[in-house]
Design a protein around this ligand. Structure first.
Ligand SMILES: Nc1nc2c(ncn2[C@@H]2O[C@H](COP(=O)(O)OP(=O)(O)OP(=O)(O)O)[C@@H](O)[C@H]2O)c(=O)[nH]1
Ligand SMILES: [Mg+2]
Length: 205
């Protein structure tokens, strides 16, 4: 039941070749996309979830520049590592390119089951995160909000304060508390609950 690297989508020109109806390169498992700001910990989370070192992690933001798909056999899904947005040094044209690329992927993938929107437990949601939420809302894709790096909130009062602020900000956007998760890929805190939720399906997200 080892997870497997499947394929990288680096250019929209590959799309007609890779996607056939519900299939991605011959695979029918539903897709879960991990979306979030550059450096928020998407690739690290995927490695922690899959318990493998498949996705490339870096201290330098902007590491993941293409969409990487992995076969997560334990829950029979394909998990997609998307390029991060809001990379400070990215030019405007590059930002447009992100949105264009992601939009194209979301429009193409008939078998996209849901999106994990990863926000930083210390800062989220930022302006860029709110834009991403609007964008995803517009796509009518089911979404769960996951706060990463919760190990960096060292005290009980910091955690309580951040959770309150985050649930208020997200509540205003109609995101219910039960679609919000707090995890650390480093300590694995919150991961079992998240995996359980991902297995359960997405119809009530
Ligand atoms: N403390 C802590 N650090 C983390 C955690 N998850 C990721 N990091 C660190 O955050 C940095 C960025 O992680 P990545 O997984 O490469 O981030 P990404 O979102 O894939 O970044 P891009 O590919 O640039 O979009 C790395 O230095 C990780 O070690 C976590 O749960 N806790
Ligand atoms: Mg990455």
């Amino acid at each position: 039941m080892k997870p497997e690297y499947l394929i990288t989508l680096a250019d929209p020109a590959q799309i007609p070749d890779l996607f056939r109806g519900p299939f991605l390169k011959g695979h029918r498992e539903p897709r879960l996309a991990v979306v979030g700001r550059s450096n928020v910990g998407k690739s690290t989370l995927i490695n922690a979830l899959l318990q493998a070192k498949l996705a490339q992690v870096s201290k330098q933001p902007g590491k993941t520049r293409a969409i990487h798909f992995y076969l997560w056999k334990v829950i029979d899904r394909i998990i997609a590592d998307l390029p991060g947005y809001g990379y400070a040094r990215a030019s405007w044209s590059e930002r447009d390119r992100w949105e264009e690329f992601i939009r194209h992927y979301f429009d193409t993938d008939e078998n996209l089951e849901g999106v994990i929107l990863l926000l930083d437990a210390r800062h989220g949601p930022t302006e860029a995160d709110l834009e991403a939420i609007q964008f995803l809302r517009g796509r009518e894709v089911l979404m769960k909000v996951v706060f990463s790096k919760s190990d960096t909130l060292k005290t009980q009062s910091m955690r309580a304060q951040r959770k309150k602020a985050a649930s208020e900000a997200l509540g205003k956007l109609g995101i219910a508390a039960d679609a919000i998760f707090w995890v650390s890929s480093q300590t694995r805190q919150g991961l079992p609950e998240l995996i359980r939720e991902m297995k359960k399906g997405w119809e009530h997200a």
